[in-house]
Ligand binder design. Structure first.
Ligand code: GLU
Length: 476
């Protein structure tokens, strides 16, 4: 965990501090609050795999934070930074994330202490299958109890191996494919899942920019177009968020921070060109269209309108929070701002769109994938052509009634029925807007008494209340 040397609590404690801050503003018993806060269980597995002529022992975790709704949901991370503290913090965030976007899952998270770059594809497959085997036999991967997904260091490929491993161990389970999400299309995945978290960040920002009153609190105004954005991490989430914001909203990506330094260009960096450069050269170094900074983290302190931390937890901390000069932070990563840094930034008037909402696009589309797997049919398959036939009929009726031709340039868009990708995007947009509406309502009501009241506390309060209501309904 890339935290500062100043005394800072662990990631899990940091999440707990933010949780407690919200509970203090709620009318909820301490007993129930504690029950919600703690992680229900964390399973640690150590297993050996024979590779390159010797046995290598790996350590993995699957933590279940809250089972108020089942299955529990959350990704599996492959990184050397994985620890019990980290998976527990991430599992807790999954509980609050699912609650804020009204996805009917509890929270869970998994991790394997491994540097995936050290192993080739065949080796990774063997390691993943062995890890999955340990989790599957304990129902820690199961379509009705615990459904993993990709996270840092994992993607479609690993999810396909997990799905296949589950299928091999449960050959008669007709719902086997729903045991994991984020799968490739040909293994039961859904269109739009890979880019879903980045897409969700874009939709969240678009919605923020629909509300001039909210922009004013952040000291911003106008449209997303032309706003200066710095992105930390051009992995799956950061790349898609930056790409969509640049290509579709005309935002200016002035800075990109990666593991081998930062690139800064006040006139904007073309994300596709940079990504291409990274694929060719293995990093951002020597990118010709911007100034390179050896220590990329200095760009977190560069002036901009919007800062998007989309990599690790704890990158904005007690050490650097004071020097952060942005107006708005949207947390595309999980836990990028520590509890201490959050306090400092709040006092400075920086608005933070919190992780549990900002990066919920991934789990939202995971939910759609899980539903698709359980219903065994692609979204839109039954109604798409029927919708088109009805629209065609309307065109014909309009032409008949007016004696004029329907404009050709509008025909295509008017007639076309919704396919799976269109429906996934519409469902994601609706989810992000709905969640933001409930957060901002609480934010504004509370701010009228306390001008320091922030969006993160609003998000926690709504999530905690929803989880508390489910526990009460379960008779706790
Ligand atoms: N790992 C992602 C997250 O942190 C996705 C989780 C999921 O789809 O279950 O939200």
């Amino acid at each position: 965990m890339s935290q500062s040397s100043k005394k800072e609590p662990s990631f899990r404690k940091s999440v707990d501090i933010l949780f407690d801050r919200a509970v203090r503003q709620m009318n909820i018993s301490q007993g129930l609050a504690n029950k919600i806060k703690v992680c229900n269980s964390t399973y640690t597995v150590r297993f050996g795999v024979k590779l390159r002529g010797e046995i290598h022992t790996f350590t993995g975790y699957r933590s279940v934070h809250s089972e108020h709704a089942e299955p529990v949901k959350g990704g599996i991370r492959y990184s050397m930074g994985v620890s019990q503290d980290e998976v527990e913090a991430l599992a807790a965030l999954m509980t609050y994330k699912c609650a804020i976007v009204e996805v009917p899952f509890g929270g869970s998270k998994g991790g394997l202490r491994i540097n995936p770059k050290e192993w080739d594809e065949d080796e990774l497959e063997r390691i993943t299958r062995r890890f999955s085997y340990e989790l599957i036999k304990r129902d820690l991967i199961n379509p009705s109890q615990n459904v993993p997904a990709p996270d840092m260091g994992t993607g479609e490929r690993e999810m396909a191996w997990i799905a296949d491993q589950y299928h091999r161990m449960n050959t008669t389970d007709i719902d086997a494919r729903a045991c994991v999400t984020g799968k490739p299309l040909n293994a039961g995945g859904i269109r739009g899942r890979t880019e879903a978290t980045g897409r969700g960040v874009q939709y969240a920002l678009r919605d923020f920019f629909r509300h001039p009153a909210d922009l004013k609190i952040a000291g911003l105004e106008g449209k997303l177009a032309g706003k200066r954005i710095i992105v930390q991490g051009l992995g799956n989430v950061g790349y898609h968020a930056a790409k969509f914001l640049q290509e579709e909203d005309d935002a200016l990506i002035t800075g990109v921070i990666e593991f081998d330094g930062g690139i800064y260009n006040p006139n904007g960096i073309d994300i596709e060109t940079l990504r291409h450069h990274m694929n060719e050269h293995g990093g951002v170094k020597e990118f010709p269209h911007g100034k390179h900074f050896e220590n990329g983290a200095v760009l977190l302190e560069q002036e901009c309108d919007i800062l998007i931390p989309a990599a690790l937890e704890g990158v904005i901390n007690l050490e650097n929070a004071d020097r952060v000069k942005t107006k708005l932070i949207i947390e595309a990563a999980n836990g990028p701002v520590t509890a201490g840094a959050d306090e400092i930034l709040r006092k400075k008037g920086v608005v933070i769109i919190p992780d549990m909402y900002a990066n919920a696009g991934g789990v939202t589309v995971s939910y759609f994938e899980w539903v698709k797997n359980l219903s065994h049919i692609r979204f839109g398959r039954m109604q798409r052509r029927q919708e088109e036939a009805r629209q065609q009929l309307i065109i014909e009726a309009l032409e008949k009634m007016t004696g004029r031709e329907f404009p050709d340039e509008l025909k295509g868009a008017f007639v076309s029925g919704a396919d799976e990708l269109t429906l996934v995007r519409s469902g994601l947009d609706d989810t992000m807007r709905g969640a933001y509406a409930s957060m901002r309502e609480k934010w504004h009501v509370k701010r009228s008494d306390d001008p320091d009241f922030d969006l993160r506390t609003a998000a926690y309060m709504i999530s905690i209340q929803r989880v508390a209501d489910s526990y009460r309904a379960l008779g706790l």
